[in-house]
Ligand binder design. Structure first.
Ligand SMILES: *[C@@H]1O[C@H](CO)[C@@H](O)[C@H](O)[C@H]1NC(C)=O
Ligand SMILES: *[C@@H]1O[C@H](CO)[C@@H](O)[C@H](O)[C@H]1NC(C)=O
Ligand SMILES: *[C@@H]1O[C@H](CO)[C@@H](O)[C@H](O)[C@H]1NC(C)=O
Ligand SMILES: *[C@@H]1O[C@H](CO)[C@@H](O)[C@H](O)[C@H]1NC(C)=O
Ligand SMILES: *[C@@H]1O[C@H](CO)[C@@H](O)[C@H](O)[C@H]1NC(C)=O
Ligand SMILES: *[C@@H]1O[C@H](CO)[C@@H](O)[C@H](O)[C@H]1NC(C)=O
Ligand SMILES: *[C@@H]1O[C@H](CO)[C@@H](O)[C@H](O)[C@H]1NC(C)=O
Ligand SMILES: *[C@@H]1O[C@H](CO)[C@@H](O)[C@H](O)[C@H]1NC(C)=O
Length: 829
């Protein structure tokens, strides 16, 4: 007995001594770190040692987070020198150089620096809680003096708080991050995220030599291309430009938060935040959002606007270099001055606002000049094409000049910058004239919406930050069972969706009072609410018993939170608390399109110009879903009641509960759970469960015919034949009597050529064979210009045996007859 006790005590002692040795946060000259040993920072935030990433058999020296379960390497010493076996050790030499040595041969395999001439007294290596490994001379105050060497100067693919991305001219170093080759291989990959200092400093992502994304120059407040970078409660940030250094840096305001910026192996810059409750890194923000963020997408002097279709247009005063290519959406050649410049002294500058500033590779700057001096300077030099303040903070200061073509401009919905572009004298006159003649009537009307928009943006932003913050604070405490799955799912999907507290929603809707109720949706009631700051919201509350609804709820959260377009309804956030699941949207005062076009008492409120505006808006929203967003999305339930109207009668597509996303090249998919609404479903979809963007186009066609005629496709009855609305439109078209289809109330406001165009497009969209139907790009082009277009072939509508099934399913659900209801049928096959 005594013997075992002694042995046990010995074992415990032995392990404690190992634990002590491992917990060291410093290494001194001649000390080694073996393959199974590590150095740990004082607060145990970071750990340094050997590791093998993912499935790799190679060994690397690196730094990772000690506290978290998921291996996350923030720095790799020998990323390009993999170590194939374990006969290795890490040593600090007496010259203060960190080396990896082959213990069999004694040879040095990797070293922290090549210039080891300095002779030092007692160098010490120390791992700090910032994740920085520094080497300094014993006795030197590390808070005062620069260390001899630090890992923060040799970044891998992570920007940690406190790191400086950019250049130090005094020390002649450049710090940037570059991607890993793959998740298993930390070797330098293709992508880099760096500060380009060739002209006015700007942040770029490059693939090899090629720029793929440009966050752009720092304007004193943010990078011009990152409107979302704003003061917040999680981190602060700064950009320093002086003669000694140029760098970007951010710092955490709460030391308990873990955050890092990375460039992924496939070239995506991302800011990630560690979420304890899910044990995952969740995407906090990614600067690259949509097509308009692809570098130079619209060519020189072109401007990309994601709300437009097509997205590219020439800046005012410019025209396509090749109109033919421009027409077919090949924008590579860009635009040129409509009136060429000839260095005439009458040339001047026109103001363009709300832009992402162009590429500053060929630019010049001075941080103390004023805007007036700046204009003079640009005017003097005929190759200067544009100027602006380099710093928009406060009243604006500094001078930034561009020489040559202006590249990679986009129109910004918010937080855009102003640019003054050189134009010929005669061009300036035309622009001045059109500006002054327009401004009179416009001013009054614009003020209100702008104020509302600003308020809207501010309040959404505030809410977002506040609730996000609260969420983080409550992160660990709020681990109620039952919602974990959903929350995990939301985190999995890399979402950045504000979470609203239940109490906020209860207050906003007056405890879900009857008077706040707007109506009943497919999966539960919808309420109107007013937040404390006055913002109006619509709250979709999932009925507790609906499992079907839970699926749709997640779907909606996942899709719509990733989408942003002026013709899509905006999801402000969600609330998952106390057994409740709710979606919070911007409030649409005019409700659904169906409440106008199908309602004889309201139909006159929508005159023809408004209806045409609505048709075009829906088309643009759908084009965005199908092509322009980074996801390819099939809505699957497009119908009049899912088109909401804002105060200005702008249409917004809503209800993504049934949407599906498609991979890049996927054309169609098959489902045995057909969902949709009777009357809007394409025949191949209703019949065989095949859905594609062309089945959405079909629904769009039905919608267009409904908007023109004011009749529902389903439920339409003509006394002379048994056709539905589509069939009726087809008959009239063939008899060249299409105008008879038009709703009587439109007689006075009708534009005949637009109406005929709309009907023609509608019929092309509802053709029987999916491959005959146009895509949304063509639809928008056809709506915008007169023919000639192809003649529509016979339309398709489902007349097969499923009619029976639908009636069955519906009645077995016990629903009252309502042909506008979305249905869901499991097809046996
Ligand atoms: C380190 O090792 C070298 C060679 O073995 C020796 O000359 C030197 O004195 C040692 N330095 C320290 C600080 O232990
Ligand atoms: C390191 O640890 C592994 C697993 O614990 C063990 O197999 C290996 O022998 C150890 N290597 C050394 C050099 O101690
Ligand atoms: C160390 O040297 C031995 C003998 O040359 C060799 O077999 C081994 O692969 C080397 N290890 C590393 C990690 O380079
Ligand atoms: C040391 O020199 C080698 C070969 O020239 C080079 O590849 C390596 O990057 C250099 N290392 C450092 C830390 O400068
Ligand atoms: C950011 O926060 C850090 C830590 O709280 C502070 O030391 C630093 O001065 C702040 N920087 C800026 C630019 O506000
Ligand atoms: C910037 O402009 C100011 C005022 O014109 C001038 O005094 C200063 O020398 C300029 N600085 C540089 C770096 O050109
Ligand atoms: C105009 O600016 C360009 C670019 O900085 C410069 O190369 C050229 O010499 C300038 N021309 C004049 C007349 O100042
Ligand atoms: C921008 O201007 C503000 C004052 O308006 C100043 O505090 C700030 O340092 C300037 N930023 C840069 C990068 O020059």
């Amino acid at each position: 007995m005594t013997k075992t006790k002694i042995i046990l005590a010995y074992v415990v002692l032995f392990y404690e001594s190992i634990a002590c040795a491992n917990a060291a946060n410093t290494i001194s000259a001649n000390q080694t770190v073996g393959i199974n040993e590590t150095i740990v920072s004082p607060q145990e935030t970071f750990e340094l040692g050997f590791f093998s990433p993912g499935n790799s058999m190679n060994h690397y020296v690196g730094i990772w987070y000690k506290k978290i379960s998921k291996p996350t390497y923030v720095w790799v010493a020998n990323r390009n020198t993999p170590l194939a076996d374990t006969s290795i050790e890490l040593t600090l030499t007496v010259q203060g150089v960190l080396i990896i040595r082959n213990t069999t041969t004694g040879f040095i395999i990797w070293s922290s620096t090549n210039s080891s001439t300095t002779s030092l007294k007692n160098p010490i290596g120390q791992l700090l809680d910032s994740g920085n490994f520094i080497i300094y001379q014993d006795g030197v105050d590390i808070n005062q003096d620069e260390p001899i060497w630090q890992s923060f100067d040799f970044m891998t693919d992570n920007i940690l708080p406190g790191m400086k991305l950019g250049r130090n001219f005094v020390r002649g170093i450049e710090r940037h991050i570059s991607s890993w080759k793959s998740d298993d291989d930390p070797a330098v990959g293709e992508y880099s995220d760096w500060i380009d200092t060739r002209g006015y400093p700007q942040l770029l992502v490059t693939k090899g030599q090629e720029i793929i994304y440009r966050a752009g120059p720092w304007n004193g407040l943010r990078f011009t291309g990152t409107p979302n970078l704003r003061p917040n409660q999680l981190f602060n940030f700064t950009f320093v430009i002086n003669q000694r250094e140029i760098y970007y840096q951010y710092n955490l305001l709460d030391p308990s938060v873990l955050m890092r910026l990375i460039i992924t192996p496939n070239g995506r810059p991302q800011r990630l935040l560690w979420v304890d409750s899910t044990q995952e890194w969740s995407l906090y923000i990614t600067p690259q959002k949509d097509r308009c963020d692809d570098y130079k997408v619209c060519g020189s002097f072109g401007s990309c606007n994601i709300d437009n279709s097509p997205v590219c247009s020439c800046l005012k005063g410019f025209e396509p270099v090749s109109p033919d290519q421009w027409r077919v959406a090949d924008w590579s050649q860009g635009c040129q001055h409509a009136i060429p410049l000839d260095c005439n002294p009458g040339e001047g500058f026109s103001r363009y606002s709300n832009l992402k500033l162009p590429d500053t590779q060929w630019s010049w700057y001075n941080q103390t000049m004023t805007l007036v001096q700046c204009e003079k300077m640009c005017k003097r030099n005929c190759s200067c094409t544009a100027y602006t303040n380099s710093n928009v903070s406060g009243a604006g200061s500094g001078c930034l000049l561009w020489f040559g073509e202006l590249i990679d401009i986009r129109a910004m919905a918010e937080n855009g910058d102003t640019l003054y572009i050189r134009l010929a004298a005669s061009e300036l006159e035309t622009m001045e004239h059109s500006r002054s003649s327009r401004s009179e009537g416009r001013r009054v009307r614009i003020i209100v919406p702008v104020t509302l928009v600003v308020l809207g943006i501010l309040s959404t932003f505030l809410l977002y930050r506040i609730f996000r913050w609260k969420q983080q604070q409550q992160g660990t405490a709020r681990n109620e069972s039952g919602h974990d799955h959903l929350e995990n799912r939301i985190a999995d999907e890399d979402l950045e969706l504000p979470l609203f507290g239940l109490s906020t929603i209860l207050k906003a809707t007056n405890n879900f009072s009857m008077s706040a109720k707007l109506g009943e949706g497919g999966f539960g009631p919808v309420y109107k609410g007013v937040l404390e700051d006055g913002q109006e919201i619509a709250v979709k509350r999932l009925a507790e018993t609906s499992t079907q609804g839970l699926h749709e709820f997640k779907n909606e959260v996942i899709f719509i939170s990733k989408l942003q377009h002026r013709n899509l309804v905006k999801l402000l956030g969600c609330c998952v608390e106390g057994g409740e699941k709710m979606l919070i949207y911007e409030y649409m005062p005019n409700k659904g399109l169906d409440s106008f076009i199908f309602d004889k008492t309201h139909e006159e409120l929508l005159d023809w110009p408004t209806r045409y505006h609505i048709i075009n808006g829906i088309a643009r929203g759908l084009l965005y879903l199908h092509q322009d967003s980074r996801l390819r999305i099939i809505h699957r339930d497009l119908k009049a009641s899912n088109i909401l109207l804002d105060t200005n009668m702008n249409p917004k597509i809503s209800d993504f509960g049934m949407a599906r996303t498609f991979g890049g090249n996927q054309i169609e998919a098959n489902t045995n759970r057909v969902v949709g609404t009777y009357g809007y479903m394409a025949p191949e979809y209703a019949g065989d469960g095949i859905f594609s963007i062309r089945s959405d186009v079909y629904s769009f066609g039905v919608l267009v015919l409904e908007i023109v005629s004011g009749e529902k496709n389903r439920g339409f009855f003509h006394k002379e034949h048994s056709n539905n609305l589509i069939g009726h439109a087809w008959v009239l078209h063939n008899e060249k009597k299409s105008l008879q289809l038009v709703a009587k109330c439109l007689a006075e406001t009708l534009n005949v050529s637009q109406v005929l165009r709309a009907i023609h497009v509608g019929l092309l969209c509802v053709q029987r064979h999916p491959e005959d139907r146009p895509n949304m790009t063509s639809v928008i082009m056809m709506l915008g210009s007169d023919g000639p277009w192809p003649s529509p072939k016979e339309p398709g509508f489902y007349v097969g045996s499923m009619k029976q099934d639908i009636t069955h399913s519906l009645s077995s659900y016990g629903l009252i007859s309502n042909n506008e209801l979305s249905i869901s049928i499991l097809k046996g096959r």
